[in-house]
Design a binder for this molecule. Structure first.
Ligand SMILES: Nc1ncnc2c1ncn2[C@@H]1O[C@H](COP(=O)(O)OP(=O)(O)OP(=O)(O)O)[C@@H](O)[C@H]1O
Length: 270
């Protein structure tokens, strides 16, 4: 598989400021992500997951090391990467279609084509017929679908997702997970997805990268092979294959969660 993204000894430190100590958030991350791969990153609270996503998105720069996208260093944000955050970040005064078109305006796409692309991508995320609704007229899950459609409409090769379903109720989250897998299969995007949830990681990921507690390092990368189980079980989450992968990721993660909690307690005591 051709590598789409290479992390080469990526470290990120935030300098001391306003009486606060400097923080080493990420320390020497090495990871190659193949084109079209669905990679999930899990790790305890504060281990640098969002920092990693910001670096991939070009919203911030590593302190040392480099991130390559298609072999070239990432130096800033670009239309080759779409980002979906936990909060919808939709423009409240624009309709669903208007929000999807917003991302396309920066690309100089002609108006008629923008409208067609917005319709097509709202359809893709299951929102056909909701083009003219404003965000306040949509449920949380629907708003997040709009955010996904907006990120896909300008056809980035890479989709970066930072806990995009964390604020949703369990049923909505599960249906959006299925939707995302369907979209991934259909579009062949390279996806990097950050989550706290082990079940979500195992359900979605082709590989799950587990980060250590701060400073974040890659503790292990677990390949998830559920292709056959997905076909064989109507309820994949209750299958023994799923349980096996879940346990594997849990074992790697729980030590790190304990350590992260200890670090937090020490910080409060200081
Ligand atoms: N701009 C910043 N300035 C200083 N420190 C920061 C900054 N951004 C993040 N940090 C620190 O870097 C560490 C990693 O933060 P980050 O938000 O990436 O972790 P996370 O794994 O996404 O956490 P969570 O799971 O709780 O969202 C934390 O200790 C955080 O306080």
């Amino acid at each position: 598989m051709t590598a789409k993204i290479n992390l080469r000894a990526v470290s990120k430190a935030f300098p001391a400021r306003g009486g606060r100590e400097s923080v080493l958030a990420l320390d020497g991350l090495e990871l190659d992500i193949g084109a079209g791969e669905f990679t999930v990153v899990v790790g305890p609270s504060g281990c640098g997951k969002s920092t990693l996503l910001d670096l991939l998105g070009g919203l911030d720069r590593p302190t040392s090391g480099e991130i390559l996208l298609d072999g070239a260093p990432v130096t800033g944000p670009g239309l080759d990467r779409g980002i979906v955050f936990q909060q919808y970040a939709l423009l409240p005064w624009r309709t669903a279609a208007g929000n999807v078109e917003f991302g396309l305006e920066a690309t100089g796409t002609p108006r008629r084509e923008r409208a067609a692309l917005a319709r097509e991508h709202l359809e893709l995320v299951g929102l056909g017929g909701f083009e003219d609704r404003h965000p306040h007229e949509l449920s949380g899950g629907m708003r997040q679908r709009v955010a996904i459609a907006r990120s896909l409409a300008y056809d980035p090769g890479v989709l970066l997702m930072d806990e995009p379903f964390a604020a949703l109720d369990a049923q909505t989250r599960e249906s959006l997970q299925d939707e995302l897998l369907r979209i991934w299969e259909r579009t062949g995007k390279t996806i990097v997805f950050i989550t706290h949830g082990i079940d979500e990681a195992v359900y979605l990921g082709g590989r799950v990268a587990v980060l250590t507690s701060r400073p974040g390092r890659i503790k292990d990368v677990v390949p998830v092979e559920l292709g056959e189980a997905r076909a064989a079980h109507a309820d994949l989450r209750s299958s023994p294959e799923f349980a096996l992968h879940r346990r594997q990721v849990w074992q790697l993660l729980h030590e790190e969660v304990d350590r992260a909690q200890e670090l937090e307690r020490e910080a409060v005591a200081r």
